[in-house]
Design a protein around this ligand. Structure first.
Ligand code: KDG
Length: 319
């Protein structure tokens, strides 16, 4: 049986503008299923793992759409709670404005079903039945209850000897860096695998271009694997004390949302399948690049074999 990953967090319906410019002039939107943790779940399934996503959704059409989409992608959703008193969250993506290539996200998620998560929601055995747990800082920002669920899950995973993975995913529209810092730092102390975006690092701990010193400092907080995601400059990874630099691949960018999740999915799939670190990081960079070429968060994620094929055929590396 292939290894199994549990992810936990809020997913939403994404309404992605089909034309550039301020949202008030946009008439048509593409609908996508989105959410950092469910993106990772879909990604690892494509890369040969089993995955379960746990959350709450509203008892509404958007909640049904999310469940049906994730189920269709092979992610287990059987233990997701349907909440009759709160809606499924949604968000809009404004594209290419004010700068080409730049997107802005507008959430309509306050009071959503997922924000009402609480530790009593966690089913017995949910965490323990998985080989690994993946969480993000978004869940810590949603509400005190959601934050308690995330910490309870991480503590249960550690107690059961499971791998804990954490992506800081700082969302400044949900909370400030000052509010976030102590909670993210506490979670970093519980994680075995840590993903930090360069901009998160700058907002949380300063430094223009965090590098080797930054990843070593993060490793001292506990995680044996620390991956600093630097966008077009690739990734810097400290894996069991060994430093790796992974360049990014050059692609025509349509929509960057979800690229970091594809990267995380590949790293977790590689780690849980026991693939060599170098191959894992290359596949992760290829997956992140592929997600940028299409609208939506996860649609472009390749299978492991597909990504290896692209690498053999020579994707162009940004230096
Ligand atoms: O990583 C992509 C996510 O940011 C996007 O799907 C929206 O989950 C989301 C969030 O909470 O920002």
């Amino acid at each position: 049986m292939s290894p199994r990953l549990l992810t936990l967090g809020e997913s939403m319906v994404q309404l992605n503008a089909t034309t550039p410019g301020p949202l008030r002039y946009v008439r048509t939107f593409e609908r996508h299923a989105a959410g950092s943790e469910s993106n990772v779940a879909i990604g690892v399934v494509r890369m040969g793992l089993q995955a379960e996503w746990f959350s709450r959704v509203g008892e509404d059409e958007f909640g049904r759409y999310l469940l049906q989409t994730f189920r269709g992608e092979g992610v287990e959703v059987g233990r997701v709670i349907t909440d009759g008193d709160a809606p499924t969250g949604i968000y809009f993506v404004q594209r290419d404005f004010p700068l080409p290539g730049q997107s802005a996200i507008y959430y309509y998620r306050a009071g959503s079903a997922a924000s009402r998560l609480s530790p009593e929601d966690l089913p017995a055995g949910l965490v323990e039945e998985a080989d690994a747990l993946h969480l993000t800082g978004i869940t810590l920002a949603l509400s005190p209850g959601a934050r308690r669920v995330a910490f309870a899950a991480a503590q249960r995973a550690r107690a059961a000897g499971r791998l804990v993975s954490f992506d800081t995913n700082l969302r400044l529209k949900l909370w400030s860096a000052e509010e976030a810092r102590p909670h993210l730092q506490e979670m970093i102390g519980l994680a075995d695998v840590l993903f930090v975006g360069e901009r998160d690092h700058q907002a949380l701990w300063g430094g223009e271009q965090p590098g080797e010193e930054a990843v070593r400092a993060l490793q001292e907080r506990g995680p044996r694997w620390v991956i600093l995601k630097r966008g077009e400059r690739g990734a810097l990874a400290l894996l069991d004390g060994e430093l790796h630099e992974q360049p990014a691949f050059r692609v025509r960018v349509v929509d960057k949302t979800g690229a970091g999740d594809a990267f995380a999915a590949a790293v977790l799939a590689g780690r849980l399948r026991g693939r060599p670190p170098q191959e894992t990081l290359e596949v992760a960079a290829a997956a992140a690049a592929a997600v940028c070429t299409v609208m939506g968060d996860y649609e472009g994620i390749p299978s492991w074999e597909q990504a290896l094929g692209w690498l053999r055929d020579g994707m162009v590396i940004l230096r």
